[in-house]
Design a protein around this ligand. Sequence first.
Ligand SMILES: Nc1ncnc2c1ncn2[C@@H]1O[C@H](COP(=O)(O)OP(=O)(O)OP(=O)(O)O)[C@@H](O)[C@H]1O
Ligand SMILES: [Mg+2]
Length: 495
Amino acid sequence: MLSMKNISKAFNGIEVLKSVDFSVEKGEVHALMGGNGAGKSTLMKILTGVYTADGGDVFIEGKPVTINDMKDARANKISMIFQEFSLIPTLTVAENIFLTREAKTSLGLLNDKECVEKTRDLLKELEVDINPNELVGNLGVGYWQMTEIAKALSQEAKILIMDEPTSSLTKNETEILFKFINKLKRKGISIIYISHRMDEIFEICDRITILRDGKNMVTENCKDIPLETVIQHIVGAEMDKAFEWQERSYPHGSNPILEVKNLASGSRVNDISFKLYPGEILGIAGLMGSGRSEVARSIFGIDPIDSGEVFIKGEKQSIKNPTDAISAGLALIPEDRRVQGLVLAHSVKENMILPILSKLKKGPFVDDRKAIELSNELVKKLNIKTDNIYKTTSLLSGGNQQKIVLAKWLANDPDVLILDEPTIGVDIGAKTEIIDIIRELADSGKSILVISSELPELLAVSDRVIVLHDGRVVKELNRKEIQAEEELQHAIQGY
Ligand SMILES: Nc1ncnc2c1ncn2[C@@H]1O[C@H](COP(=O)(O)OP(=O)(O)OP(=O)(O)O)[C@@H](O)[C@H]1O
Ligand SMILES: [Mg+2]
């Protein structure tokens, strides 16, 4: 179906793709893996016409093609399913699918009825149970994705590119998506599947290609390549595949550093109480929509608190906005880092020192030497892949941008650190690094709240876990008492 040959690409003289060969069969799910900055997105951007390759050829069904923009990509039946969904929540499913296109009446207007009928047929063919007249905003995130895919297929796409499609899905939604992907396969659709989650790759993919530093390290049938080999190709070294939990001792004390009492905020946080002790790592688990992220947002002053109280070191707080929260000693690393956490047009260094500018001031001037030193230190500590600290942040790979947000808050040295999905989008090597950094921070006396849907990581790092459901704490588990991941999975889904 697709074959890319000898693809090369350099930015400012730095080669990020080196003579890469990549091919996908009809009806195949092909995993594209590799560490943060390995070149996956760049290769796909060449395929979708966002970038032009410096060298190499692309063939679709054996014929050479030139792809200069999204239109060319579409004409060649290639479609990208975006991580940040491009749907409009206030329009219906049918309207979204036919938004930019024909289905016009003789008067040249969009014919609603025809759109709805066409959408109904399409969804029926795909065996997806979605009402074409439903507002997209009322659907679960899993169904947004299917709507996106339906939209692509309605435009005759034969090759779908999915970049971390499950990063915002629950286990159930992921299963529904996987069933859907299997249906697409049977229809002869080819799928390029980018993910950092190993278990998914082995569950859903036929073949795997691993890039490292812009080179194709291996292309192999999934059933013929052991997990250890995959990890080794990704990180370039041998590594333990499992995240290990180590029991930590921390000066528990009887006085919590953070205490939340009967917190309510908006429709998602109804009545949440918990305590966080000095040096402790408290995990927050729960399904999407259980109030996980929202509780963090309300504590941090992003969403207004309707009722309840927040105490820091025993003192009642009235945090009205993030600035108040920061001066109270809190830091929040949001889930949607690219949008909320970074100024993409600024350099790596500028982003890193942003929250600590006042601390770096020497009289009216910023101590630049110190800023440079600190930024370089953080780049090294988090293994951030960038040419130097002056590179514009938008030019870094997705995973490396995520690491910068982490670095930025570490520099600020807060008492309480709230991490929302700290390991999503980062590669397997960096996941372990981040878990280690979280532990080190706690060992040095920081108190940490970790919100995560990646249970192995959550279990590896937490001293204690609370489970949320419908905006309430429904269970509290001592990490020591959890034997297997399934136990936590049950606690999360058992309501
Ligand atoms: N427009 C650009 N200008 C300069 N450098 C770029 C540009 N786009 C990408 N790069 C660099 O190319 C390299 C590959 O980036 P790419 O986004 O392809 O990585 P990736 O494999 O998708 O990583 P991730 O898993 O983190 O998303 C990175 O070092 C990145 O900084
Ligand atoms: Mg990427």
